[in-house]
Ligand binder design. Structure first.
Ligand SMILES: [Ca+2]
Ligand SMILES: [Ca+2]
Ligand SMILES: [Ca+2]
Ligand SMILES: [Ca+2]
Ligand SMILES: [Zn+2]
Length: 362
């Protein structure tokens, strides 16, 4: 969300005069005098202090910790620590702090805001302020979340976006990524949806801080993709299904999610976004499955199996051909995708390897 740059006065002037030169690669980082702005290694793990009033023991603290822990699975040497019960928070006080506020002079209409200060090129302070009037929820239950037709904004995705700024990442609008629109950058399988950093931001963390040792691997698949951009933000939408010649299948919405109409025995293309959030290139098997519910596992019926090469860089949205089995009944099923379905890759997160798209068999 909105991220004002506060720096030294001379730096602000410099930025205003020269503007910003986009990198040729994906993620965006902050620059000062031609140097990359980041935390010096002596400050890592970067300590984030949560305010006592905003994050007492309970759901909000747990949700914030969930976002910090999710970032801390990134493949770089960077990590956060989270401390509690900071009784005095403020900007430019030398402490990295996180709090809720209704102060419009801070928030300026944004649901959350990150403030960064640096002494070129070292970050010196990062504060994160959430608007306490926004309909945030800490729930990971899809039914209450905006991206699945619910009425609440997922707090953890916004927290991960703001923590991404605190790590040193700017907005990015060219790829499906957490530094774009955050609330529909999310992984779901079954009835649960969880925030995650994603490939582009993971790649950015490695650019800034280098690969950690021992290496961490993580491949993932989601049913979201980039749909365009809105200012500095990428916009996202659900991945889709097509007929064998690439035309979009007809669909309808049920419980806030798209359902595609298919025929028994029909050859279709099913689209998902595959990510490598880990240290090194992986060659996972990807299996496609038919399931009677939206919880996808290798116990479901496999209908196709392909090999992918996933180089860490930018997310890979791809279509694969599968045949709808002719022995299905009419009604609702789910096509699942499972990356590393033979579990040949040991990963720091094995719970983001499966997702689904709903179908209605005619
Ligand atoms: Ca403090
Ligand atoms: Ca502060
Ligand atoms: Ca695995
Ligand atoms: Ca994984
Ligand atoms: Zn932002």
């Amino acid at each position: 969300m909105k991220r004002p740059i506060a720096g030294l006065m001379a730096l602000s002037l410099f930025v205003a005069i020269t503007g910003y030169m986009p990198k040729a690669s994906a993620y965006q980082v902050y620059k000062c005098n031609g140097k990359t702005v980041k935390w010096p290694s002596s400050k890592i793990p970067v300590r984030m202090r949560s305010a006592s009033v905003s994050f007492p023991s309970g759901a909000w603290r747990n949700a914030l910790l969930e976002a910090v822990n999710s970032w801390n699975r990134n493949p770089s040497k960077f990590s956060f620590s989270l401390t509690y019960n900071d009784s005095s928070v403020g900007r430019q006080n030398g402490q990295n702090e996180i709090w809720f506020s209704s102060d419009d002079s801070l928030l300026d209409g944004a649901p959350a805001r990150a403030f960064l200060w640096w002494r070129c090129p070292n970050l010196t302070e990062a504060d994160i302020v959430f608007d306490n009037r926004v309909s945030y929820t800490t729930s990971t239950s899809k039914s209450v979340l905006w991206p699945y037709g619910g009425s609440s904004r997922p707090f953890q995705t916004t927290a991960m976006h703001e923590l991404g700024h605190a790590l040193g990442l700017r907005h990015e609008n060219r790829y499906y990524n957490i530094m774009g629109q955050d609330w529909d950058h999310i992984h779901a399988n079954g009835s649960t949806a969880r925030a995650y950093a994603g490939e582009d931001a993971s790649h950015g963390s490695v650019f800034l801080y280098g690969v950690r040792s021992p290496q961490r691997q993580d491949v993932a698949v989601v049913h979201w993709k980039r749909s365009g951009s809105s200012g500095e933000y990428s916009a996202h939408r659900r991945t889709q299904m097509y007929n064998s010649s690439g035309s979009l299948l007809s669909s309808f919405t049920s419980s806030g999610e798209p359902v595609y109409r298919v025929n028994k025995g029909q050859r279709v293309q099913v689209e998902f976004t595959y990510e490598n959030n880990g240290a090194s290139t992986q060659n996972p098997r990807v299996g496609f499955y038919i399931s009677t519910n939206n919880i996808i596992s290798t116990l479901d019926t496999k209908i196709a199996d392909v090999g992918f090469t996933l180089v860490r860089g930018t997310p890979y949205t791809a279509r694969n051909s599968v045949t709808i089995p002719s022995n299905l009944n009419r009604g609702r099923y789910y096509i699942g995708a499972i990356v590393d379905n033979n579990n040949s890759i040991g990963e720091i997160n094995e719970s983001n390897n499966a997702t689904y798209i709903a179908i209605q068999v005619n």
